[in-house]
Design a protein around this ligand. Structure first.
Ligand code: IMP
Length: 199
C-alpha cells in the first residue's frame, strides 16, 4: 500500500511563494497545501518574530499544522532597508523607487532572507531561516517570479536576475528554498530528536 505523504499547510496569500515552497516540500515527499490566509503582520524588526507570530495565529484560527513565512530584501548601502518593511516599500516606492535610491551607489550588495515558522495548534512555533546574497541590478530585468526578483542578481550566477529564471532555477539557491529545505529536514527527522537550524 502507498504510504500517505505527511501534510502541512502553508498560510500565505502569495501564490509565487507557495509554488516555490511546494516544489521544495515535494522533493522531501511532504505535501504542502495552500491555505489562503492573510498573514497577521506584527511591527517587528525581526523576520523570525513576524513569521512565528503569523504561524501561531494561523494554527490557532484554522486548527491545522501550518507554516508561515516572512521574507525581506536587505540592501547594504541603505543600511538594510527595506528589510522587514519590504512589503510596504514594494507597494509604495516600488522597484523604480529602490533603483532611484541606488542610482549613484557603487556598492550594490544586497540579500534576501526568509524565515519559515512551523506551528501546531497550541504549540510553540519553530523557525528556520535562509539567505541568498547578491546585488541590486541597474535596471529591472525579467518577467518571472514576483516582488523584487527583477532587480536582484544572485551571487555566483550568470548575471541574470531571479526574474529571468524559472522556479526550479531560482530554487537552487533562493532564501526561501534554503529555509523550507531546513524546515523539511527537521520535520521529517523530528521524531528522532533533530533540532532546528538557522543561518
Ligand atoms: P512578505 O514576506 O510577503 O511580507 O514579503 C515582503 C516583500 O518582499 C514583498 O513585497 C514580497 O513581494 C517581497 N519578496 C519576498 N520574497 C521574495 C522573493 O523571493 N523574491 C522577490 N521578492 C520577494
Amino acid at each position: 500500500m502507498k504510504e500517505a505523504k505527511p501534510r502541512v499547510y502553508f498560510a500565505t496569500k502569495n501564490r509565487g511563494k507557495f509554488l516555490e515552497a511546494a516544489r521544495v516540500a515535494d522533493s522531501f515527499k511532504i505535501s504542502l497545501k495552500h491555505l489562503k490566509f492573510e498573514k497577521q503582520e506584527i511591527q517587528a524588526w525581526n523576520l523570525t518574530e513576524i513569521a512565528s507570530h503569523a504561524a501561531f495565529q494561523a494554527a490557532k484560527v484554522t486548527n491545522k499544522n501550518v507554516v508561515a513565512e516572512d521574507a525581506g530584501f536587505f540592501v547594504r548601502a541603505l543600511n538594510g532597508f527595506p528589510g522587514p518593511y519590504s512589503s510596504y516599500v514594494f507597494k509604495t516606492l516600488g522597484l523604480e523607487g529602490i533603483l532611484r535610491l541606488m542610482r549613484n551607489v557603487g556598492n550594490r550588495e544586497a540579500y534576501f532572507q526568509a524565515a519559515v515558522a512551523y506551528c501546531k495548534p497550541s504549540h510553540r512555533p519553530v523557525c528556520f531561516t535562509g539567505i541568498v546574497k547578491g546585488r541590486v541590478a541597474r535596471h529591472k530585468r525579467g518577467t518571472q517570479g514576483f516582488g523584487y526578483d527583477p532587480i536582484f542578481i544572485p551571487s555566483g550566477g550568470d548575471e541574470r536576475t531571479f526574474a529571468e529564471m524559472g522556479t526550479d532555477e531560482k530554487n537552487l539557491n533562493s532564501h526561501r528554498a534554503k529555509a523550507f529545505a531546513r524546515f523539511c529536514r527537521w520535520f521529517l527527522g523530528r521524531s528522532h530528536g533533530v533540532s532546528s537550524e538557522t543561518s
